[in-house]
Design a protein around this ligand. Structure first.
Ligand SMILES: Cc1cc2nc3c(=O)[nH]c(=O)nc-3n(C[C@H](O)[C@H](O)[C@H](O)COP(=O)(O)OP(=O)(O)OC[C@H]3O[C@@H](n4cnc5c(N)ncnc54)[C@H](O)[C@@H]3O)c2cc1C
Length: 297
């Protein structure tokens, strides 16, 4: 009989201690962590991955905790979408809106933001809001912890800079001080991978607007030129204080610059041309919604 090369047994490492989990990862660098399993189990079921060792992180209480830390929020990697929506929706509205678009209730009950970071898919819906908030990812090993900007953590399509002995412990994020939006285009209303998406955050305290494109490039893409442009318009017309509407021409230009920032490809979900066009619309739309909320706030 031909040997498929797949291991006949899988060793599952389990612990309820964070320190022990880090020690196990150090001792078994090949071990694949599992949190909600909503990405990993699909890989296993389709025979795209056959890990010899799996490290179960579901029993570790520290990963499911969140709280304030030095003016930011520290959110454990094991916090699920359902909990993020219920417990942090007021402080992280952009991430909560994105979380509501993830899968189904079952997926939101199991799936974690840490798992979204671990998979690092350009279509991961949790990522654009993290990018638009300049979140940092906390990585840990037995040797210590390090924090890295999420934009540096994600290094390519489904690639990140986790070392073999590291686990994602948490992410650190500034709570919203203004309106945030997330809009996603899919081929149907729910249970859909984004054709493209856009997260947008208004930061009145620092008088800036941040936006990040999802699913239209190898990684999520910050829209730096569009952000600089709109910050200039808001300052020049004193719109932060007057709270008057953003001029229509500026909304259009913002949309164009968002569109130009995208680096999409043609694939089964949509063409590059459609994604460019759609992102221009999402740019105008999310800025309009968020600025309207700021004006009324
Ligand atoms: C039906 C269905 C619908 C879906 N819909 C969406 C959707 O709409 N939007 C979306 O973005 N995603 C969607 N997903 C994908 C998935 O639910 C998300 O990516 C989710 O965030 C994965 O989290 P998890 O906890 O299940 O990760 P897991 O599957 O447990 O892990 C995912 C990856 O991250 C690694 N990992 C997990 N935790 C850690 C850690 N603490 N440290 C280091 N590595 C870690 C794992 O080793 C693995 O490589 C869907 C999946 C399914 C099956």
């Amino acid at each position: 009989m031909a040997d498929s090369g797949a291991p006949s047994t899988v060793e599952v490492l389990q612990t309820d201690s964070w320190e022990e989990a880090l020690a196990l990862k150090g001792a078994h660098p090949e071990a694949v962590p599992i949190a909600g399993g909503t990405d990993l189990m699909v890989e296993l079921n389709f025979d795209r991955a056959r890990p010899r060792v799996i490290l179960d992180l579901t029993r570790i209480p520290e990963l499911t905790e969140w709280g304030p830390e030095n003016g930011r929020l520290r959110v454990g990697a094991g916090v699920t979408y359902a909990r993020l929506i219920a417990e942090l929706g007021d402080r992280l509205p952009g991430l909560a809106i994105a979380s509501r678009t993830v899968g189904s209730p079952q997926i939101r009950n199991r799936g974690t933001i840490g798992g979204n970071l671990g998979t690092a898919s350009p279509a991961g819906d949790g990522l654009p809001p993290l990018f638009a908030s300049d979140a940092e990812v906390e990585l840990a090993s037995s040797a210590g912890t390090r924090r890295i900007a999420v934009g540096e953590f994600v290094t390519g399509p489904k690639q990140n800079c986790l070392a073999d002995d590291e686990l994602i412990a948490a992410f650190h994020i500034v709570p919203a001080d203004g309106p945030q939006e997330f809009a996603k285009i899919g081929t149907r209303n729910a249970m859909v991978i984004a054709v493209c998406s856009l997260a947008l955050a208004i930061w009145p305290d620092r008088r800036s607007v941040a936006a990040c494109i999802g699913s239209a490039g190898p990684t999520p893409i910050r829209t730096s030129e569009a952000e600089r442009f709109i910050a200039g318009v808001l300052d020049e017309h004193d719109l932060w204080s007057s709270r008057r509407p953003v001029p229509a021409a500026a909304l259009d230009r913002f949309g164009e610059l968002v569109e130009h920032a995208a680096r999409p490809i043609d694939d089964v979900r949509g063409t590059a041309r459609y994604r460019h066009h759609a992102l221009g619309v999402l740019g105008r739309r999310t800025l309009t919604w968020a600025w309207e909320a700021y004006r009324c706030g």
